[in-house]
Write a new protein. Structure first.
Length: 237
């Protein structure tokens, strides 16, 4: 009786030629390559289109934890297939992610920022007073490339916030500037540190009134740390 030859192992897949990317695993799973091409084209737009970047942030924010992890895994897989800085792919997600381990994962994926993608501007503040005595404040914080985030709020001293809004991604040239109006209130440039101190007191009054911390303030919570004014960042821009 003849011997049965040992089963041969399948040979390892041949590596893609230098300079040529291997097809993503999604193709092997049966995903139409045109879908992947459209996905990569959309990722490319995140570097220049504020609406696309904001849509990414809002879509990501609406996902549960497992879906967010899948999104990050997809980016890790496809980041090399697009021609934009990694910060453009990940910063919209970082702008709305509050979970520490996921924020650390995103930050690690972004890596170090060079001068071409690191914003050179500093935070700037604007404020105004309405006829009824209520106040409006905005803080514009550079993000990356030509994008900023904007915190805007209406409040009364000693009472708390009437409303708070956080726009996580805004085209820099569309952000509030001195002379603009917000809800009919004219905005003027103001020193950042005194405004932050004032808002910190409003936060305390808001909490003492038994109201929840406004969610929109979470991404700027570090500004209202008691040690903020004592540090070098307290100097006005």
């Amino acid at each position: 009786m003849s011997e049965v030859p040992p089963r041969r192992k399948a040979p390892p897949p041949s590596p893609a030629p230098v300079g040529e990317s291997a097809l993503p695993s999604a193709v092997a799973a049966g995903v139409d390559p045109r879908v992947i091409a459209a996905w990569c084209e959309w990722l490319d737009a995140l570097a220049t289109d504020a609406e696309a970047a904001l849509a990414a942030a809002m879509a990501y924010k609406a996902l549960d934890a497992s879906a967010r992890d899948l999104w990050l895994s997809a980016l890790e897989h496809d980041a090399e297939r697009v021609n934009v800085p990694r910060v453009a792919l990940y910063a919209p997600l970082l702008a709305v992610e509050a979970e520490p381990s996921r924020r650390a994962r995103i930050t690690a994926a972004i890596g170090s920022l060079d001068g071409q993608v690191t914003p050179g501007a500093t935070l700037r503040a604007l404020s105004g007073v309405a006829r009824d005595g209520s106040r409006i404040a905005t803080i514009v914080s550079p993000l990356y490339l030509e994008f900023v985030q904007v915190l805007a709020c209406g409040y009364r001293l000693g009472e708390g916030f009437e409303w708070v809004r956080h726009d996580p991604i805004v085209q820099a040239d569309a952000a509030p500037r001195p002379g603009d109006e917000l809800f009919g209130v004219g905005l003027e440039a103001t020193a950042l540190s005194p405004l932050v101190d004032e808002l910190a007191l409003v936060v305390l009054a808001h909490r003492r009134g038994g109201r929840e911390y406004p969610e929109a303030l979470l991404m700027f919570a570090d500004l209202f740390d008691p040690e903020y004014s004592a540090g070098p960042a307290a100097s006005s821009p």
